[in-house]
Each structure stands twice: as structure tokens, then as C-alpha cells.
Write a protein of this length. Structure first.
Length: 392
């Protein structure tokens, strides 16, 4: 018998055993309710559905870019209201009325978020109002995003709009049919995200980090674009730039630096964010801003990007989870793990298998533990596998 055959068969047998154990583990994870290999086929969209989804996503991205092309985000805050528990379905008050609200001060102004529902009605009214008396001389522009958790696995945007609050009691409201299938928030909370906006002045293009004199001047080349900025300011906010300009490097002698793996739009937003005006990240630029904050070790900006991503419902949960691990964002990672629950946790696992393969083993184990702790089906077997993984 050839030597290659003697080696080949044991390897084949070993790979077969590994594949069988993997499928068995995935079968236990999914509770045995469906064939894990059939999930990609079940999720496969027709060409028409894919085209429609891509077109809708493109239109949404275009609309988002238009908003943040006109405005800076100068602050954001989330308000949440917890819906009261429903009474027994067999009683007269199985669909009772309720009115709940939350109030908070944001940027020195008082806001109120309320949710009301009449008796025996499935329709509820979500309303955000500014309880301020003097707005005529100082109107407030804000982006208002009503959203809720959908089946415990993703954020679902109910309505998104820009509103100018110019008088006391000015409000944004939304009629929502919470009784429709999958329409009620899976965690019992309705949320509203308030992003305070400031108009961009396109007529005046200011250098966010101007040099003090010729000795302080450095030219950063990003593709075809050039940025003439303050060398000492960059050194003060970034250890990477400090090292670059404080040693006898070619860049120091020439007064020019070529930056790869970014573009002019990303780098311009980065300069705006680290400049004294400290422009906040927004859904359109946060990923590029975070990449540069990590690259140049600007921890303060990195922390601001993480805080924004926690509330950035425009970006999918799986994208934010991958981002949290790539850039070591512990607060964001913990927020996502806590947000996933119950059946949503299992569906999240099934629907994002390809992306989850990019995660580290440690984070995959944490996800598995979350499934163990939230699942009522085959819990003993599931936890046995979790324990086995954790002990490896």
C-alpha cells in the first residue's frame, strides 16, 4: 500500500470527525429546530429582492449623506420609556390605556418623550416635545430618530426626521400600531435619539488646524488632496504624529507627509473632530473617523466614536459588534451582548454566521454563553458545550 494512502485516510477520518462534531454543536445551539446548513438557502434573496433592498439602502445612504453634508452633530442623547405590562388577556382590561413619559435636560433645555395609547386600541402615539419658553431668539435644530428593539436582535427605526424647534411646546410625533405582528418593542421600551445639529457654513471654508507660522507648518498629502496644518497641534493630540515629527525623519526635513489607506473626506472629518471645535461623529463618517483615531492613537476621539456607535441605530448590530472587537471597544461590545436576548440571540447567531466567523474565539464563546443563559430549549446540552469550550 502506498505511503500516501496510509497518511491520507487517517487525515480524512480526522477531518470527518471534526466536521461531525461541529455540525452536532451547531445542531445543539439551534435547538435542533432547523438544519443549520439550510439557513443560507433560506435567507437567499431573489435578484429582484436584492436589487430593491440595495436601492433602498442606497437611497437611505444618500439621504443620510445629505443631512450630514448640511449639518454638524454637536451632541446626542437618548430617551427611553418603558411600557406598562399588559393585564391578563381574559379580562376586560386586556388592552388598557396608558400614558408614560421620560424627561431630561439636554444642552440646557428640557425635553419630554411620551407614549400614550387609548383604551382597547392598538395605536399608540410617540411624541417628543421641547419644554422651553424662549426659543424664538435661539431655535434648536435636531435630528429625531424614533426606534425600538425588534425581536431582541436588532434596532428598528420607526421614523427619522430633522426638526427645527422654534417655539415652546414644539414637537415631533409618530402614530405607531404596536399591536401589529412584531410591531411591539421586544424589550418593552420605545426609544428616541436626539441629535443636536448645527448648520455648516459652506461659504466659509476654515482650516480646522491652521499653522501658527512657517516653522509650525506641515503638508499632509491624502491622495490628490493636501492639508496644510499645524505640526505642533497634531503632535499634541497624537503620539503617532508626535513621533513622526520629533525625530529626524524624512517627513520632518521635507515638511510633507503622504498618508495611505485613507481618503480626503475621511481625513477632513478626522481633522474637524480633533480640532478645537471637536465636531462629533455621525452615522456617515464614524467608521472612517474611528479607523483614523485608532491609527493615530487619539484615544479621546476613539472614546467619542464608541459612545456614538452605542446609539448609532443606522448601523447594523453585527457591523458594530465586528467594529467593537476590531478596535477593542469594550463598552460597545458589552452593550451589544446585553442587548441580544432570548430567541433574538439565537436568530442573530443563525443569520450572521459568515460574519461571526470573523470574530475571535473568546468573543464567540461569550456569544455562546449568552445563548446558553437565554435559551430554554436543550439548555443542559447547550451549557455542557459552553463549559467544554470555556475549559479549552
Amino acid at each position: 500500500m502506498p505511503l500516501s494512502s496510509i497518511i491520507f485516510h487517517p487525515i480524512q477520518l480526522f477531518l470527518g470527525i471534526v466536521n461531525f462534531l461541529l455540525q452536532l454543536f451547531l445542531f445543539v445551539v439551534t435547538g435542533g429546530r432547523r438544519n443549520i446548513l439550510a439557513v443560507p438557502q433560506r435567507q437567499r434573496l431573489t435578484a429582484e429582492e436584492r436589487s430593491a433592498a440595495e436601492m433602498e439602502e442606497h437611497q437611505q445612504q444618500k439621504k443620510t449623506a445629505e443631512i450630514y453634508g448640511k449639518y454638524f452633530v454637536i451632541g446626542e442623547h437618548r430617551l427611553s420609556v418603558n411600557l406598562p405590562q399588559q393585564h391578563n388577556a381574559n379580562t376586560y382590561y386586556s388592552n388598557p390605556p396608558y400614558s408614560v413619559h421620560a424627561r431630561d435636560w439636554i444642552d440646557g433645555k428640557k425635553w419630554e418623550f411620551s407614549v400614550t395609547k387609548p383604551i382597547n386600541s392598538q395605536q399608540c402615539l410617540l411624541k417628543l416635545a421641547m419644554l422651553e419658553t424662549d426659543l424664538a431668539s435661539n431655535p434648536v435644530t435636531a435630528e429625531i430618530v424614533f426606534w425600538q428593539w425588534f425581536r431582541g436582535k436588532q434596532a428598528h427605526i420607526l421614523q427619522k426626521s430633522v426638526k427645527v424647534f422654534c417655539q415652546s411646546g414644539a414637537q415631533v410625533q409618530l402614530q405607531h400600531n404596536a399591536g401589529a405582528a412584531n410591531a411591539a418593542p421586544s424589550d418593552g421600551f420605545f426609544n428616541v435619539l436626539i441629535r443636536l445639529l448645527e448648520k455648516r457654513e459652506h461659504q466659509i471654508i476654515e482650516n480646522p488646524c491652521p499653522p501658527c507660522d512657517s516653522e509650525d507648518e506641515v503638508v499632509l498629502k491624502v491622495g490628490p488632496e493636501q492639508f496644510t496644518v499645524s505640526k505642533h497641534f497634531l503632535m499634541s493630540v497624537s503620539p503617532v504624529f508626535h513621533k513622526m515629527f520629533s525625530v529626524d525623519m524624512l517627513e520632518k526635513a521635507q515638511g510633507e507627509v503622504s498618508l495611505e489607506e485613507t481618503n480626503g473626506e475621511e481625513f477632513s472629518a478626522f481633522l474637524d473632530a480633533i480640532s478645537p471645535k471637536m465636531a462629533s461623529p455621525n452615522p456617515a463618517n464614524v467608521m472612517g473617523m474611528l479607523k483614523l483615531a485608532d491609527r493615530f492613537q487619539v484615544d479621546a476621539l476613539r472614546n467619542r466614536c464608541e459612545a456614538h456607535l452605542i446609539n448609532c441605530v443606522e448601523i447594523s448590530l453585527i457591523e458594530r459588534l465586528l467594529c467593537a472587537e476590531m478596535y477593542r471597544l469594550e463598552k460597545l461590545k458589552n452593550f451589544i451582548l446585553k442587548s441580544l436576548n432570548g430567541v433574538g440571540m439565537r436568530e442573530f447567531y443563525e443569520e450572521n454566521q459568515a460574519a461571526l466567523n470573523l470574530l475571535s474565539k473568546d468573543l464567540l464563546i461569550q456569544l455562546t454563553v449568552r445563548i446558553c443563559s437565554s435559551s430554554k430549549i436543550d439548555r443542559s446540552a447547550l451549557c455542557h458545550n459552553c463549559t467544554k469550550n470555556l475549559n479549552e
